[in-house]
Design a protein around this ligand. Structure first.
Ligand code: ZN
Length: 618
C-alpha cells in the first residue's frame, strides 16, 4: 500500500471510529474506546502465508501484485488454517451421534450461577434451564482472566479466543493460558462464524437480542470489526449478511437522523446510507411493535423495537416491545420453514447491564425473561428431535452472592424472606425507576416508596439518587435495594468465575468446556466445517488476486465513509463496497454469499466466489 492510500485508510478508520463513539450509549464499557482501537500491531513473527485451500479458480496466473497490500513478494504456500489458540484437554462428551438439523444458541449475558439461584428463589420453582444443566464454561479471553463480551462472543461464534473489543476477528496477541506469538498477517483476520457457516450451507439464520442488535454478543456472530462500538459498520455488515430474521433494538444505527424514521437529528448514521430502505429493497418486512411482529407472514423480517436497547422485561411496554420469549417464538416459527434447517442466536442481553449496576431487580427481571425464551426453544426441540439447544453465559458479572458481609454471623438461620421481601416489593427495575422521577428529582421519597416499597431511605441515599448522572440512577438504587436484602456484590465489573451451560438435543455437549469449543461443537453437530467456511468466505485479496491474470486491486476512498475495493482486469472493472456482499461488474450486480471486509491491519478479505466471478468475467 502506498503512503497516500495508507493515509486514506487510517483516516477512514479513525473517521468511522469517531462517528461510532459519538453516538455510543453511555455505559462504563465505553470508556477508552477511541484510544483502544487505534493501537498499532507490533507483534510480528513467522511468515506463513494464507492461500485459499479449495479454490475453484482455474489456474495460478503470473504473479501480479495488488496495489492494495504491501509490496513484499508473496510466496504462495498451502494454507495454515486458523487454529484455536488455546489448548484444551477436555473433550466434550457427545451423547448421540445423530446430527442436528437446527441449532438454537442462547446466551444470558453476564449470567453467573448466583444470578440463576436468585431468579429461582424469586420464581419459587425450578427454572426451565435447570432441566438441562450440562456443565461449566471457562470464560477467559486471549489476554485476560476476566473476559468482556466481545472476545467471548467471538470465541463462541468462531472457535478462537480473541482480544478485548475485537468482534469476529483473529486476536493480535495471545497471553492466556500461555503466551503465543501471533502472525502479523493473521491479526484481525475475519473468522467465519458458525452462523455464517450454517448460512452458506443452506440453513436459515437469525439473531434475537434485547440490546441493540449491533451490541457485542449478536455482533460476534454476524460481523467482523476491530472494535465492538463500531455500531454503524456492524449494522451494515448485518444488513448485507442476508440473515432471515433479526429482532431487537438498534434502529438508529441503520438510518440517518431526522423525521423520516423519527430518530433525533444528532443520532443516526452520518454516512448517508438508509439501510431500512435497503432492507425493504431486498424484500424484508420491517416491523416495529409486538402486534406487527406477530402478524407478519414474511419469511425475511427485521424487527426493530427501539432506537437503541430495548427496556428491561419488567419495565417494557408489551404493546411496543415484545418479550424475549415472543421474539424467540416468532423467529423459530419463521426459520423452521427452511427445509435445510436453521441456526438461531438468542441473547438475554441486559442481565449483564443490571449486574454492572448491582441491581438485583433488573437481574431477576431479565434472567426470568431469558428463561421463558429458553422454554420456547426447549419446547420446540422436544417436538423437533433434530434440534440442538445450547444455553450459555459469556461471563459472570458483579460477583453477585446470596449472602454478604452483613450475614457473616446470621447466615445459619436466614429466612427466605430476608432475601426476597425487599425484592418482591419492587414494581420496576433500578433503570425503570429513573423515568418516574421528576426532572428536578423532588419526588424521590414518594417514588421509592410506591415502586420499591422502601420507606426508610436515609438522607445520604436520597442525596445519592439526586446526584446520580442521567442514565445512572440504577447504579445508586441497585445497591440501595441490595442492602435491604441479603445480597452481596464484589464489583460493578465482570468476574473471571466459571459459568454454567445447559444443553439438549442431538450432540448436546457436557462437561467442563472452554468457550471457544462451542463453535466446533455446533458446527460438527450440523455437519459443517468451519475451516471450509473460512476458506470460502475470507480470502486475503493480496493472495487471491494472484489467481486472476492481469488483475489489479485498489481501495477507492473517494467517499471516505463508504470505501470500495476496485479490481480491474483489462476492460473489466469490478467494485466491492466494503461491509457489503455486493459485487458490481460493468453495471451488473451480484449478491455474494459473504462480505467484503477491510481489516484493522489494512488488509482486504473477500469471498472466494467474488474472485471466481471476476476470473470468469469477459
Ligand atoms: Zn457479556
Amino acid at each position: 500500500m502506498n503512503n497516500k492510500s495508507r493515509k486514506a485508510v487510517n483516516l477512514l478508520l479513525s473517521l468511522v471510529l469517531s462517528l461510532s463513539v459519538l453516538v455510543s450509549p453511555i455505559t462504563e464499557l465505553n470508556v477508552n474506546a477511541a484510544t483502544a482501537t487505534t493501537k498499532k500491531v507490533t507483534t510480528v513473527s513467522q511468515k506463513s502465508k494464507t492461500v485459499p485451500k479449495k479454490t475453484t479458480v482455474k489456474k495460478p496466473a503470473t504473479t501480479k501484485k495488488s496495489t492494495i497490500t504491501s509490496k513484499k513478494q508473496v510466496a504462495v504456500k498451502p494454507q495454515t488454517p486458523v487454529k484455536p489458540p488455546v489448548p484444551n484437554n477436555v473433550k466434550p462428551v457427545v451423547q448421540e451421534v445423530k446430527k442436528a438439523k437446527n441449532v438454537i444458541f442462547m446466551l444470558g449475558d453476564g449470567m453467573g450461577i448466583s444470578h440463576t439461584t436468585l431468579a429461582r428463589w424469586y420464581k419459587g420453582s425450578n427454572l426451565t434451564m435447570d432441566e438441562i444443566t450440562a456443565g461449566i464454561i471457562r470464560t477467559y479471553s486471549a489476554e485476560s482472566i476476566i473476559t468482556d463480551s466481545a472476545p467471548a462472543s467471538t470465541a463462541f461464534a468462531t472457535g478462537v479466543k480473541s482480544n478485548d473489543k475485537l468482534i469476529g476477528v483473529y486476536p493480535e496477541k495471545i497471553e492466556l493460558p500461555s503466551k503465543k506469538t501471533v502472525d502479523e498477517k493473521e491479526a484481525y483476520k475475519p473468522l467465519a462464524t458458525v452462523l455464517e457457516a450454517a448460512k452458506i450451507n443452506g440453513k436459515a439464520t437469525g439473531i434475537v437480542s434485547t440490546s441493540q442488535v449491533q451490541h457485542a454478543s449478536p455482533a460476534g456472530f454476524t460481523s467482523h470489526v476491530p472494535h465492538r462500538e463500531l455500531y454503524y459498520d456492524i449494522a451494515m455488515q448485518q444488513v448485507y449478511q442476508g440473515l432471515d430474521v433479526v429482532f431487537g433494538g438498534g434502529k438508529q444505527y441503520l438510518v440517518p437522523g431526522g423525521e423520516k424514521y423519527n430518530i433525533p437529528d444528532d443520532k443516526g448514521r452520518k454516512d448517508g446510507n438508509d439501510l431500512i430502505q435497503e432492507l425493504k429493497n431486498m424484500g424484508y418486512a420491517i416491523v416495529e411493535d409486538s402486534k406487527s411482529m406477530k402478524e407478519t407472514n414474511a419469511n425475511k423480517i427485521w424487527g426493530l423495537f427501539s432506537d437503541d436497547a430495548m427496556d428491561f422485561d419488567k419495565d417494557r411496554n408489551p404493546e411496543k416491545q415484545p418479550s424475549l420469549a415472543e421474539m424467540t417464538k416468532k423467529a423459530i416459527d419463521v426459520l423452521s420453514k427452511d427445509k435445510d434447517g436453521f441456526f438461531l442466536f438468542v441473547e438475554g442481553s441486559e442481565i449483564d447491564w443490571a449486574s454492572h449496576a448491582n441491581d438485583p431487580v433488573g437481574v431477576i427481571s431479565d434472567v426470568l425473561a431469558f428463561d421463558n425464551a429458553v422454554k420456547v426453544a426447549l419446547d420446540f426441540a422436544k417436538s423437533n428431535k433434530d434440534t440442538l439447544v445450547i444455553v450459555v453465559s459469556d461471563h459472570d458479572n458483579g460477583g453477585l452472592s446470596i449472602g454478604s458481609k452483613k450475614t457473616d454471623s446470621t447466615y445459619p438461620s436466614l429466612p427466605l424472606a430476608s432475601l426476597l421481601e425487599p425484592l418482591k416489593k419492587a414494581k420496576v427495575t433500578g433503570k425503570g425507576i429513573e423515568k418516574l422521577l421528576d426532572e428536578d428529582r423532588s419526588n424521590i421519597v414518594e417514588v421509592m416508596k410506591e415502586y420499591f416499597g422502601i420507606e426508610d431511605l436515609t438522607a445520604e441515599e436520597i442525596e445519592a439518587i439526586k446526584k446520580a448522572p442521567a442514565g445512572k440512577v440504577q447504579y445508586v438504587v441497585g445497591p440501595i435495594i441490595s442492602s435491604r436484602s441479603t445480597i452481596g456484590w464484589t464489583t460493578t465489573g465482570h468476574t473471571g468465575n466459571d459459568v454454567v451451560f445447559y444443553s439438549y438435543g442431538p450432540c448436546a455437549p457436557k462437561g467442563t468446556l472452554e468457550n471457544y469449543q462451542f463453535a466446533k461443537i455446533m458446527a460438527d453437530a450440523m455437519g459443517i466445517d468451519l475451516e471450509d467456511a473460512n476458506d470460502e468466505l475470507f480470502v486475503d485479496l493480496e493472495t487471491g488476486i494472484q489467481y486472476i491474470p492481469g488483475a489489479e486491486a485498489e481501495l477507492n476512498v473517494t467517499d471516505m465513509a463508504n470505501p470500495v475495493v476496485e479490481i480491474t482486469k483489462g476492460k473489466i472493472k469490478a467494485e466491492l463496497p466494503v461491509n457489503t456482499n455486493i459485487l458490481k461488474i460493468n453495471g451488473k450486480v451480484y449478491r455474494l454469499k459473504g462480505l467484503t471486509i477491510l481489516s484493522k491491519s489494512e488488509r482486504v478479505y473477500l469471498p472466494l466466489e467474488a474472485l471466481d466471478i471476476i476470473y470468469d468475467a469477459k
